[in-house]
Design a protein around this ligand. Structure first.
Ligand SMILES: N[C@@H](CCC(=O)N[C@@H](CS)C(=O)NCC(=O)O)C(=O)O
Length: 256
């Protein structure tokens, strides 16, 4: 038995959905609605004490952290290899997945929260909002929710995260001048991690990712879209699409 708890096919949830679909492993999908704060409900916090998705449960044993989940899926199940066999290239792959977790994803995430949170929280009264915040297990996440919902982030902060996203895009484009995939000659979890963050970029921020400035990245993006596993992951149900779209236009402005 394999269970994946995930949100809509975006960011860290998309990262593990692509890996599991690329691997071709059968699993039970459990949608956790972040827009309804389901990730902080006691039943889910029992699975992941951090109150975040994705979480994988394999034969009753829980794993969290999308990058770790993806390596585990590749290691524990048969199917196409998602990591280079060569130790050097495998290490290069991990430099990319670490970079996404420590730099690219956090920058993008703060910008997304800033622009999307009101679509989620404005329906709540102040006391309902505080009750939701009180259930968040991580103090850092409590602060992130509260600041984004109340005063929003400062222009300097948003500009800095925007710069980090641009730096991430440029770094990927540079690598793709050298190799067709991010960790070398083969598709790997490096591509999965980066794509999970950049999937919407050409549409959301065409001035950041386009055929003139980032031609290799656009070619790579198209090649990712051709993969059956990526298509299957992106086709997973998305009941919060309308709210996401409403926030994405604001994100596009910050990333312009
Ligand atoms: N380092 C974790 C981060 C997980 C994470 O930030 N998940 C987000 C969705 S992309 C989440 O659950 N956010 C809701 C919340 O923190 O309340 C991972 O890679 O799995």
């Amino acid at each position: 038995m394999l269970d994946l708890y995930h949100a809509e096919p975006a960011a860290n949830s998309l990262k593990s959905l692509i890996a599991i679909k690329e691997k071709g492993v059968a699993f039970a999908s459990h949608f956790v609605n972040l827009h309804e704060f389901e990730q902080h409900e006691p039943w889910f916090v029992q699975i992941n004490p951090n109150g975040q998705v994705p979480a994988l449960v394999h034969e009753g044993r829980v794993l969290t952290e999308s990058t770790v989940i993806n390596e585990y899926l590749d290691e524990a199940f048969a199917g196409p290899a998602l990591r280079p066999a060569d130790p050097y290239l495998r290490a290069r792959m991990r430099i990319w997945t670490k970079f996404v977790d420590e730099y690219f994803c956090p920058a993008l995430s703060f910008i997304a929260w800033h622009h999307m949170i009101h679509n989620i929280t404005d329906k709540l009264t102040p006391s309902q909002f505080e009750a939701k915040i009180a259930r968040i297990p991580l103090k850092e996440q409590q602060d992130k929710w509260r600041t984004a919902a109340r005063q929003g982030y400062s222009r300097e902060q948003l500009e800095n995260w925007g710069r980090q996203v641009r730096t991430s895009i440029e770094r990927m484009e540079r690598q793709l001048r050298e190799t067709p995939w991010l960790a070398g000659g083969e598709f790997s979890l490096a591509d999965v991690s980066c794509f999970a963050m950049a999937a919407e970029m050409p549409r959301m921020s065409p001035n950041l990712m386009n055929a003139t400035d980032t031609p290799r990245l656009m070619k790579w993006h198209a090649a990712m879209h051709e993969r059956a596993g990526v298509q299957a992951a992106l086709a997973m149900p998305n009941p919060v699409r309308a709210t996401m779209e409403a926030g994405r236009s604001g994100m596009g402005n910050t990333l312009s």
